[in-house]
Design a protein around this ligand. Structure first.
Ligand code: SF4
Length: 469
């Protein structure tokens, strides 16, 4: 299939042709607030148009008008109406700007940069940012290559959505100096893997990937590095990247070269729905990647209206395992963008996760979660317990929580508990169980945020772990 970029302009004609029962102007308004990008593979091979608008892949890639509050949708429609009724002496550019500015106003109220990524994760050796790097967890450095800050299609729930719009573009995390990354890794012997992320690094040509990765290979200064990780949704959105694209063979050869150099290649593939694993194209792409010696781990958030059932996850994990991939994470949707539209209450998320694992084959039960990637770390709901109430009358429920990853590695040793709340959808909704108004890690985390000299948590020396009491 030949690559073609479908931008926002395609929405009205496409819906008129394939889903005339929908209000295309409302979809156009939603795509004026949330980023939209698509391609012929997703539109023609993954979406089941007879089930639109409920089809999961349609919901995954076409911003839905209901992602906006009624007053936000009304405000966007009013902006669009105004430009459509404008007299001819107003240029097309001015009309476009008017719509863009109206969308921007709404975006700014949607928590575009959750979990303090820019402020808290960017390392600052000698007080200067390492551009494009984040180092939150001791062993893993994230790198955002400048050329990889977009994707083959955009997910409506994307937690980095702001990066693809004007509210985020100014603050986009990106770096374009491989030497800086290499030097940073060389200076931090605790780092075992570098995760190239975005956007999607697989939108880059092989030569560009090579430019970033090569300085980390066959280099005595980075010999402590075990794994090159690549976070990508290209297998789901454009598997031709590994099969028939001009650059496909060069990419596969390069993966093999990395493996031969002694580093592991871990593809962290983002799959949201089992349908994305059903085409011959994706299956062939996964086979070819595995033949290089690279391995594939899979992850996705749990999203209302797209994959919020245990059956969907069981099917997805079983299919991934059959195709030689390892289920890795189920995430809770982050507190950004249209979070209210997509979020699943934590008790339901826990049920979906446990029911899905119970029905999956033993080999497919490798995913961790459901996990919240929050400011302090990745916090999983490990259970919901019913225990005697503190006043001795009856029973009470509590969430059992645990860090899977934490800014301070010592926090991962400490199980902790939150009062049960059937409506909670994020960490900020939770209160400690058994008294106290803060969780055990909050004081230390607040101190870290306030300290402007320390840089990112991944840089810190926790060899003498502070008290977790
Ligand atoms: S693939 Fe990842 S970065 Fe790209 S739009 Fe989807 S969630 Fe966002």
């Amino acid at each position: 299939m030949k690559w073609e970029l479908y931008s926002k302009n395609i929405i009205k004609p496409l819906l008129a042709a394939r889903a005339p029962h929908l209000n295309a102007r409302h979809y156009d308004a939603a795509a004026s607030v949330f980023p939209f990008r698509n391609n012929p593979y997703v539109v023609n091979k993954l979406i089941n148009w007879s089930d639109v608008p409920n089809d999961p892949i349609f919901r995954l890639t076409f911003p839905n008008p209901n992602m906006l509050k009624p007053e936000q949708l009304a405000s966007m429609m009013s902006a669009i109406d105004t430009t459509e009724m404008a007299t001819e002496d107003i240029s097309e550019r001015m009309k476009r700007n008017y719509i863009v500015e109206s969308g921007k106003l709404i975006r700014e109220g949607l928590n575009p940069h959750p979990a303090g990524q820019k402020e808290e994760n960017v390392p600052k050796p000698e007080g200067r940012d390492v551009l494009g790097c984040q180092h939150k967890y001791s062993q893993t450095v994230l790198f955002f290559p400048a050329e990889g800050q977009f994707c083959h299609a955009y997910c409506t729930y994307c937690f980095r959505w702001a990066q693809f719009t004007d509210v985020g573009s100014k603050q986009q995390f990106k770096g374009k100096v491989p030497q800086l990354l290499m030097e940073y890794v060389a200076q931090h012997p605790q780092v075992r893997d570098v995760l190239f992320t975005g956007g999607d690094p697989m939108v880059m040509k092989t030569e560009m990937i090579r430019a970033y990765v090569n300085p980390l290979l066959n280099n005595p200064a980075t010999s402590h590095l075990d794994t090159i990780r690549i976070g990508t949704k290209s297998l789901a959105y454009w598997p031709y990247r590994f099969t028939t694209d001009k650059d496909a063979t060069a990419t596969l050869n390069y993966f093999e070269e990395i493996v031969k150099s002694g580093k592991q290649v871990a593809i962290q593939a983002h799959f949201t729905h089992p349908r994305e694993l059903g085409t011959l194209e994706v299956q062939e792409a996964m086979r070819l990647i595995r033949m290089t010696g690279a391995n594939i781990r899979t992850q996705s958030p749990l999203i209302r209206g797209i994959n919020d059932s245990a059956e969907v996850w069981t099917e997805m994990w079983n299919k991934q395992t059959k195709l030689g991939a390892f289920p890795y994470y189920m995430f809770i949707e982050r507190d950004t963008g249209a979070h209210d539209y997509f979020s699943v209450p934590l008790p339901r998320a826990y049920d979906i996760f446990t029911d899905a694992q119970a029905a999956a084959s033993g080999l497919a039960r490798t995913a961790r979660g459901p996990s919240m990637s929050a400011g302090p770390g990745k916090i999983a709901i490990e259970g919901i317990s019913e225990i005697p109430a503190e006043d001795g009358k009856g029973m009470q429920k509590v969430f059992n929580l645990k860090f899977l990853q934490a800014r301070n590695p010592a926090w991962t040793k400490v199980p902790f508990y939150a009062k049960f709340d059937p409506e909670a959808t994020w960490l900020s909704d939770l209160k400690p169980a058994f008294g106290g108004d803060k969780f055990f890690f909050e004081k230390e985390y607040e101190e870290h945020i306030k300290s402007d000299s320390s840089g990112s948590s991944g840089q810190m020396d926790f060899s003498k772990p502070p008290s977790c009491g």
